[in-house]
Design a protein around this ligand. Structure first.
Ligand code: ZN
Length: 285
């Protein structure tokens, strides 16, 4: 199912997407939660009811609702650096022997259509097309062979990065350079994992103002998703709604000659096979 979250009168509401609009799942079936995280945590049990509710519920036309980020309030946003060998090379790094992990503050998360806001304090804001993994079932020390059972859904994401902060502030401020408000757009929907049994062969691309800048496939991951989930869970408990941005392929702006950075008025699209297109305009602060 394609799950979205929309801004309701009383807060964010989980909904299923249909060609004619979205169906508020709790409204269609009061046994279903209105909270996306709760729905993801129990998706295996909720799925039959949610499918029935989506089929028979009344659709709200897409233009009548405002999308929220598909996970409105993730507890963690974990990112993987240099997870495609070609991007490691263009960044001047050797392919890492173990995953390089960092984080974004959850306040960076935005929905499809929300602007990426260029902070006044950066002149080098870059794009990164990424497949986002959404955790469903909580877990710690998850064995690799059970890891995909902890994944509830997938989405398109853009790991927007202020390169001047990330690379040239004292110490290299990856956390800050990646955490400006609006630097984690994702969506437009979550596609539940039952629809994507094998996430390791998905075409991924990024277009800037219609021009293809990145084009690869998740089969080129250095560390596949089951490995990442197991690895991260040796450090911290993964919780429903936690997001893992799985890394970006070759073609980012700062590695080009001359470099390409986002400008007010740009439009960035991340497209992933079987998942959809995430579209965000770029605006000045
Ligand atoms: Zn990234």
């Amino acid at each position: 199912m394609r799950l979205v979250t929309y801004r309701g009168d009383k807060g964010p509401r989980a909904a299923g997407a249909r060609p004619d609009g979205v169906v508020d799942l709790h409204q269609a079936d009061p046994e279903l939660p209105h909270c996306t995280k709760t729905l993801l945590a129990g998706w295996a049990d909720y799925r039959p009811r949610a499918e029935a509710a989506l089929a028979r519920g009344e659709a709200l036309p897409r233009e009548a609702i405002e999308l929220a980020p598909p996970v409105p309030n993730p507890q963690k946003v974990i990112c993987v650096g240099a997870n495609y060998a070609d991007h490691a090379t263009e960044s001047g790094m050797a392919p890492p022997p173990e995953p390089i992990l960092f984080a974004k503050f959850p306040t960076a998360v935005r929905a499809d259509g929300d602007p990426i806001v260029l902070p006044r304090v950066s002149g080098e804001v870059d794009y990164e097309a990424e497949l986002v993994v959404v955790i469903g079932r909580r877990g710690r020390n998850i064995p690799r062979e059970q890891a995909l059972a902890h994944v509830a859904a997938y989405a398109c994401g853009n790991d927007v990065s202020a390169r001047d902060w990330q690379l040239r502030k004292p110490g290299g401020q990856w956390l800050l350079g990646k955490s400006f408000d609006s630097f984690a757009p994702m969506g437009p929907a979550l596609v539940t994992a039952d629809e994507i049994p094998d996430p390791s062969g998905l075409d991924i691309q990024l277009r800037l103002n219609g021009q293809t800048m990145q084009h690869s496939n998740t089969r080129h991951f250095i560390f596949p998703i089951d490995f990442l989930v197991a690895y991260i869970s040796t450090v911290c408990t993964l919780l429903p709604g936690d997001l893992i941005f799985t890394g970006t392929p070759e073609g980012v702006g700062f590695a080009r000659t001359p470099p390409v950075f986002l400008q007010p008025g740009d439009e960035v699209e991340v497209e992933i096979e079987r998942i959809g297109v995430l579209r965000n305009p770029v605006a000045a602060e």
